[in-house]
Design a protein around this ligand. Structure first.
Ligand SMILES: [Zn+2]
Length: 291
């Protein structure tokens, strides 16, 4: 009798479950399509505001080949930075790099030392300060992109090395290739008559502006696109580079060149205050389609 009751109860439960479609529905979760007007927000890039130079401590180091007027460039940059309310310290020697703790007291190091040589102790101190995010590093043209030619550790930090400027002084165009970065936002590029740097570059730099070679002087590089402005990290430290700047007067003559330079300094001065940005995006795609 007890078994019959249990049997009937089980049948009743099975029938109840079978007849109650809500049980099945309750297991499902239904998700409505995302309304069309919401979608664009997720793809519109958020441009992060640049750190201010106000009250920043900046070390300017000059030296090396005098053809790039390193002292004149440094003095000009010092005025720009002081106008932006930064405090500047100027050193005519890379010996200042030997004390990593001293370098860590600055927010940014700006270097104009073309070619020249650097001691192992100085390079060790510089790379340690940047790698640990205690300071940033920035500069332009040969003073930063053609310094210490034999020092590959330095080139690894900067993200590129000058190897030529076909034709010497030529007319060329700097094109903004990434307008979704605070350094290049709102700029359209510019034309310039100066040295068009051909560089060996790190594929993990974030390229913001480029130039194209015509091939007029070296026909085999016709159509080659070369980074002109980039930012990158070396460990936790921010590094900014701009290949324009053979003559410091260019930053008075070309307004957008000065804007890019100063915005780059702003970005690189944020190493110890700003969150690390996550944008490693190699310029080479994972697969290559042959032409
Ligand atoms: Zn030059």
């Amino acid at each position: 009798m007890k078994n019959t009751k249990t049997y009937l109860l089980l049948i009743a439960i099975v029938v109840f479950i079978a007849c109650n479609p809500k049980t099945t529905e309750q297991l499902l979760t239904k998700e409505e399509p995302i309304p069309e007007e919401v979608v664009p927000e997720s793809v519109v890039p958020v441009i992060k505001e640049l750190p201010s130079l106000k009250e920043k401590d900046i070390l300017l180091v000059h030296g090396g080949w005098q053809g790039h007027k390193p002292k004149e460039y440094t003095e000009k940059i010092a005025v720009f930075l002081r106008e932006a309310r930064a405090t500047v310290t100027i050193s005519p020697s890379t010996a200042v790099y030997e004390d990593s703790t001293f370098l860590s007291s600055f927010d940014l190091i700006i270097q104009s030392v073309t070619m020249d040589k650097v001691s192992n102790a100085a390079m060790k101190g510089l790379l340690t300060a940047i790698k640990t995010g205690k300071t940033g590093f920035a500069g332009c043209h040969g003073g930063t992109g053609d310094a210490f030619r034999e020092n590959t550790a330095y080139q690894y930090m900067v993200g590129g090395q000058f190897v030529g400027h076909p034709g010497g002084h030529v007319d060329y165009t700097v094109k903004i290739t990434n307008p979704n970065d605070a350094i290049t936002e709102g700029l359209t590029g510019f034309n310039i008559n100066s040295e068009q740097y051909y560089m060996h570059v790190d594929p993990n730099i974030k390229v913001l502006a480029t130039t194209e070679f015509t091939g007029e002087h070296d026909e085999w590089i016709a159509g080659a696109t070369m980074p002109v402005v980039w930012k990158k990290y070396f460990g936790e430290g921010r590094v900014f580079y701009f290949s324009v700047g053979h003559d410091p007067i260019l930053f008075d003559e070309i307004k957008d060149a000065k804007t890019i330079l100063m915005r780059g300094f702003q970005w690189a001065s944020g190493s110890k205050y700003e969150e690390k940005e996550d944008w490693i995006s190699p310029m080479y795609p994972a697969s290559v389609v042959e032409k």
